[in-house]
Design a binder for this molecule. Structure first.
Ligand SMILES: C[S@@+](CC[C@H](N)C(=O)[O-])C[C@H]1O[C@@H](n2cnc3c(N)ncnc32)[C@H](O)[C@@H]1O
Length: 281
């Protein structure tokens, strides 16, 4: 024990070759691009895992990660950005309400489409607040009393994020409008938990945008993929873009992040830019 404590209390060294290997692995697994300046970030995010595992070097850590899928998942989770919140970017939710929900309301029966059933995919959804925000909006605006039913699929590459979504427990209601919080969230010690209505709408599962086939439930009426594509390399982004577009129902909508350009999609399929970050195929 004394030996282990001695080893793990030493400051680790991340050698340039080890950094390059980690960068290669994260690109191979998640499609994420890391430039040369990210070595300090890699060090600070992974050093706690070396300590937890009682390892002395990054070389040993790389051996563990190569053999253990759970550690690999932890590494991907540690090196990705998971920032999110309820109703993140108010103007995106306004665009959803004004453009997408309005179009869904106007939808008429056609082959293979139940006009009052809405399917949404929140891709790269992090801890789930985005998916629950969409579910609140859908349930409030397209109500079951008027015959509407909804399904929201929340996916992320990180198992930790998916488990958090499934638990649906958050430190605060953040930007959730008060009336929505009263209807859809339950207060509990230290925060809030999603209530039964949201649980019945949202399902969460692990999905890798670069390597996995389309998720169950395709095609979707609406896909959100916000603040994730910006972290991918050009080649991985192109693969993910093609997947997102082929998971959309013809006439469906794709909502991108505020910082994500609407350019660069022409190679996938002609798309029409509607308003901030909202595109229709
Ligand atoms: C910054 S969060 C965005 C969360 C949410 N969409 C939002 O805008 O608030 C980016 C998420 O993308 C996920 N991610 C990164 N690479 C991914 C990949 N290849 N496939 C699926 N998810 C990925 C990360 O795990 C992270 O949770």
């Amino acid at each position: 024990m004394a030996t282990t404590r001695g080893l793990v209390s030493r400051r680790f060294e991340l050698k340039p070759t080890e950094f390059r290997r980690i960068r290669q692995l994260i690109h191979g697994w998640a499609g994420i691009r890391m430039d040369d300046t990210k070595d300090a970030l890699v060090f600070s995010r992974l050093a706690p895992h070396l300590r937890r595992l009682g390892l002395a070097t990054f070389a040993q850590y790389l051996d563990v990660v190569a053999k253990d899928a759970t550690e690999r998942d932890t590494m991907v989770s540690s090196l990705t950005t998971h920032e999110t919140s309820f109703f993140r970017d108010a103007d995106a939710f306004a665009a959803l309400r004004e453009t997408v929900l309005a179009a869904l309301r106007a939808r008429r029966p056609s082959t293979g489409v139940q006009p009052r059933h809405v399917r949404v995919w929140c891709a790269a959804a992090s801890d789930g607040q985005e998916a629950y925000s969409v579910a609140m909006l859908l349930h409030a605006e397209l109500s079951p009393e008027a015959g509407w039913t909804h399904e929201v699929l929340a996916t992320d590459i990180s198992t930790k994020c998916v488990r958090h979504t499934q638990a649906g427990v958050y430190a605060s209601a953040g930007n959730v409008p008060r009336a929505f919080a009263a209807q859809y969230l339950v207060s509990r010690a230290g925060g809030v938990q999603v209530g039964p209505i949201l649980r019945s709408i949202v399902r969460a599962t692990v999905h890798n945008l670069v390597h996995d086939a389309l998720p169950p439930g395709s095609p979707f009426d609406l896909i959100l993929c916000r603040n994730a594509l910006i972290y991918l390399s050009a080649e991985s982004r192109s693969v993910a873009q093609a997947k997102l577009v082929s998971a959309l129902r013809p006439g469906g909508y794709l909502l991108l992040g505020r910082a994500e350009s609407v350019g660069g999609w022409a190679h996938v399929r002609a798309t029409r830019y509607l308003s901030l970050g909202v595109r229709q195929t």
